[in-house]
Design a binder for this molecule. Sequence first.
Ligand code: SF4
Ligand code: SF4
Length: 439
Amino acid sequence: MEILHSVTLDVEKCKGCTTCIKHCPTEAIRVRRGKAQILSQRCIDCGQCVRVCPHHAKKVVCDPFDMLKDFEYKIALPAPSFYGQFKNINDVNIILGGLLKIGFDSVFEVSKAAEMLSDLTRKTIKEPKDMRRPVISSACPAAVRLIRMRYPNLVENVMPQIAPVELAAILSRKQAAAETGLSPDKIGVFFITPCPAKVTGARYPIGGMPRVIDGAFSMTAIYKKIVGVINETEEPEALSSSGIMGIGWAVTGGESAALLNDTHLAVDGIENIKKVLEDIEDGRLPEIEFVELNACTQGCVGGCLTVENPYIAKTRIKRLMKYLPVSRNKFESGVGNKNLVTWDNQLKYSPVWRLGEDTTDALEKLNKINELYESLPGLDCASCGAPSCKAFAEDIVLGIASEEDCIFRMRERMQYLSGMGDADSYLPPPFRKSGEAQK
Ligand code: SF4
Ligand code: SF4
């Protein structure tokens, strides 16, 4: 299925500088004819390329705010990381009240649903037979997509459970329908998201569940709308109903801390995630029962749609949590039905690096790739438009690049054709194989 990614390229702004291709964790970007291209199948919407592009050519496409007018009743689902974006605010209720001032009819905190799910996970994790260990959290869609595409041995470790925002959408729509008498399709449920992976996740829920979120708005866009209308000195309406355990999900370690045991591991940053997943595959973490993964640094507060530096946002979240109760929500009383939060299907391996139709074909291609790779300079200079010589060799064998795209290859060929002999002396000094080193 071709999916509509939230991370896209502004072709006009792209200078073809190749900065982004080196930072993409799934080697999903190529530069061709002076412009970057995202290979859709490989993109996990992690937002790394958005962060690093010096020309702001990579952008995140969220839903437009005027979608609100398509619904009779509008519900905002703020992610807990939203609370860390505001300075001089010491009460979450002021922020939630601001959402009502800009056009929402009610708010349902994602942290409230997170607390309910944490309560459920605390109980299920005690059942040793239920799941393969370590259990891997399914909350970060970028991390889950990475596992689905690169770690076939770990797909069964991923907890088959919907994300807090999906539970918040289901519960809030149900509650609003009961309170207003409106049919559920007249009620719009909108997520205020810190990252592009969750925009795509709202459109295409992982785990085969039906879509439950009507739109996802960038946290930055909503911040700009409400920062001017909230008043830090006002006496706010009591709208918040979550505690430390739910709001703590905003930062790395918050989800696992809510499990109240010490056999968990919380990992942030996509490169760290890759290392830990390899360690799990190699059986190096036998004592760990639960692994929380956050593709962004410091967790969701580090998402590329946030306003504030993640470290500052984290400090503010901690300050806001100071006077809150530990938890205000239980799974049994808030949801009750485990089937409502369990995926219809266990996560499946989705190979995007499949080389051939069958094993023989794939092995043949793999041999060609290795052979070709040996003959390339091995400099990973990216001037061919691929992130590494290995990726370039794959592209050639898969028919999406040609050997002449390598400047070293091309130079050699031109020298040969013009009868000028060995090309070595025409290469830039760092890449020459012969000649004396300078004394
Ligand atoms: S970083 Fe990528 S998207 Fe940005 S200008 Fe360079 S090649 Fe284009
Ligand atoms: S969003 Fe992430 S996975 Fe997608 S192209 Fe950018 S860096 Fe690569």
